[in-house]
Design a protein around this ligand. Structure first.
Ligand SMILES: Nc1ncnc2c1ncn2[C@@H]1O[C@H](COP(=O)(O)OP(=O)(O)OP(=O)(O)O)[C@@H](O)[C@H]1O
Ligand SMILES: [Mg+2]
Length: 594
């Protein structure tokens, strides 16, 4: 067969193969177009599970008559114009393909009116060349797309359609996901003439919670923990349930800059945080929104636009793990699953938790997040690294949420974090200052010393790290038993290089390019045969190496350490390396003289 250019209808049908799988995928594209057009009301009507009719009507900005034909053409979009636009996509659509694809596998009409036009226009495409006919019509400002007889001309596809009930279930689920992405937009769904779903606009926090109940059920909302945490341009907020739910419906929704996505990296981060905190692998339930500078995320990964790629994937992953882990730990240790978690705050004085920021508008900022985002600079990233090094090892939590008994420290309240390192607390009339670095070192020492038999747990790295070790691989093999016990897993690479696959929790958030070589240098001083005594001696020296114990703590990490101290260290009140009373004599004397 000679090489030839395909007729437009065939090219579009091929493109449709990737995007238009079933009625729900058509609705996804049409509703996303309505959202991009700024609509705040979207009505979806279906006949026979969408196989016979799909009608999506919105009150957005509309398309002017002269551009209507273009809207149905392939590679025609108003959303990106240059390569630069593609690098910071702020809209849900950008490929300029959806309408052309859908109209190549159905009978599609597009009717629209802009505010500047007196009359509406209607367009439809016909024939091999998909020539577009445009004629006047009646329509208020906004757009209606009608899709009849989906796959009427592609029988192979049509055979894949399931029963009306199954197709409706897919559409229902899709609209649930979309409704959770834009609380400010009213979305109605009619099937075979019956109004079945009505998501009203949700402005206030309680209205938003009602929408969540409507979409995901009351059980989720009752169990859910709210999170809202922002750091260096990464903003994670939403709800998550600390315990497994009994409801059959899965509640696992993730959005990046308002786009619903399924992403391996985010899933991995969420699962890791849950499994670290609960020790089990139950199906977590969550609705999470991640917002970041659009420059930092590539959405042009797959035609379905369901996947994204983060430029700083490791930072994003670790940020999510940390926020969720801390939220869960807070919930478990307080036995208060409905507590509001405020995430990473460098020196949050508002113990125990600060209120959730009001996100009443539900508006996603597709442009730079408020506060003016700029790409993190090198020093910001370093300070982000420091923030991560303030990460605590998980304090042992019971497998059952809420069953960790928090000590009754109401008579010894924590007051404030000072210089991100010292914790100010009070008992009766005495103030105490505790050194978090000393407590953290003691915690590691206790945990590592106790791990001689089973060794430190190796935590897999999402992104394995290549390292220059300045030693031949045989050297590593000799110390194999040590490295195994220390929780270091690696593959040998080039001469004197290894690929680190897993590390102990202690190293996970450190700068491994320096902490691992330092650890190996220390190890060299020990005999290859490992004994109990050498293990203790090694651990004690290792923990003193620079870069290992963080010097900056968040209030939540500080509180976890404070709890650990009280639960695990005998006579902690009198250990002057850990804490000291603050001498107020001089100040009180001055006051009494006045
Ligand atoms: N409901 C709507 N309201 C206003 N304009 C619309 C609407 N639907 C489509 N358009 C216009 O038609 C163009 C083509 O839509 P289409 O969905 O085919 O492509 P896209 O949204 O730009 O990209 P993608 O293929 O990724 O969805 C859009 O760029 C937009 O300008
Ligand atoms: Mg589109």
């Amino acid at each position: 067969m000679p090489i030839q250019i395909l007729p437009p209808i065939l090219a579009n049908q091929i493109a449709a193969g990737e995007v238009v799988e079933r009625p729900a995928s058509v609705i996804k594209e049409l509703v996303e177009n309505s959202l991009d057009a700024g609509a705040n009301r979207i009505d979806v009507e279906l006949e026979k599970g969408g196989c016979q009719l799909i009608r999506v009507r919105d009150n957005g900005g509309g398309i002017c008559g002269t551009e209507l034909a273009l809207a149905l053409a392939r590679h025609a979009t108003s959303k990106v114009a240059t390569l630069d636009d593609l690098e910071h996509i702020a809209s849900l659509g950008f490929r300029g393909e959806a309408l052309a694809s859908i109209s190549s596998v159905s009978r599609l009409t597009l009717t629209s009116r802009t505010a500047g036009q007196h009359e509406a226009w209607q367009a439809y495409a016909e024939g091999r060349e998909m020539a577009v006919t445009v004629k006047p019509a009646a329509h208020p400002v906004g757009t209606t797309v009608e899709v009849l007889d989906l796959f009427f001309n592609t029988p192979a596809r049509r055979r894949f359609l399931r029963s009306e009930k199954t197709e409706f279930a897919h559409i229902d689920e899709l609209l649930r996901r979309l409704a959770l992405s834009r609380f400010d937009v009213a979305i109605n769904l009619k099937h075979n003439g019956k109004l079945l779903r009505q998501y009203r606009p949700a402005q206030t926090e309680s209205q938003q919670e009602q929408r969540v109940v409507q979409a995901c059920g009351a059980e989720f909302m009752q169990a859910a923990l709210r999170i809202d945490s922002e750091h260096l341009g990464l903003h994670l907020y939403g709800w998550l349930a600390p315990q497994p739910l009994t409801a059959i419906n899965e509640v696992q929704y993730c959005y990046v800059n308002g786009r619903m996505i399924r992403d391996k990296l985010l899933n991995h981060a969420i699962r890791q945080a849950y499994s670290e905190c609960t020790g089990t692998s139950f199906q977590p339930a969550y609705i999470l929104y991640l917002e970041l500078d659009p420059h930092q995320v590539d959405v042009n990964v797959h035609p379905s636009k369901h996947e994204v790629r983060f430029h700083e994937s490791r930072q994003v992953h670790d940020f999510i793990v940390q926020v969720i882990r801390q939220a869960l730990q807070t919930a478990y240790s307080e036995n208060a699953p409905d507590a509001v978690f405020s995430g990473i705050e460098d020196a949050a004085p508002d113990y125990p938790v600060s209120p959730l920021k009001n996100r009443a508008t539900g508006q996603h900022q597709y442009s730079a997040p408020t506060g003016g985002y700029s790409s993190p600079s090198g020093s910001q990233l370093r300070s982000y690294g420091q923030l991560l090094t303030s990460e605590l090892p998980s304090i042992p939590v019971s497998r059952e949420a809420g069953s960790v008994a928090a000590p009754d420290n109401s008579d010894w309240p924590v007051l404030r974090l000072i210089q991100q390192r010292y914790l100010l607390s009070a008992q009766d009339d005495t103030l105490y200052l505790s050194d978090l670095v000393a407590i953290q070192s003691l915690q590691w020492l206790t945990q590592c010393n106790a791990s001689f038999n089973e060794g430190l747990i190796a935590q897999p790295l999402l992104i394995p790290q290549r390292l220059d070790i300045a030693r031949p691989h045989e050297w590593l093999a000799e110390y194999g038993i040590w490295l195994q016990k220390l929780g270091l897993r690696y593959n040998t690479h080039k001469n004197k290089q290894i690929i680190i696959q897993a590390v102990p929790a202690l190293l996970r958030q450190t700068d491994m390019a320096s902490t691992i070589p330092a650890m190996l240098s220390l190890l060299e001083r020990y005999p290859v045969a490992l004994s109990h005594q050498e293990w203790h001696s090694f651990i004690a020296t290792w923990l003193k190496l620079p870069g290992l114990i963080p010097h900056h703590y968040s209030m939540d990490s500080a509180r976890s350490l404070w709890l650990w101290l009280q639960q695990n260290v005998a006579d902690w009140q009198n250990n002057t390396q850990l804490m000291r009373s603050v001498d107020l004599t001089n100040i009180l004397e001055v006051f009494s003289r006045d």
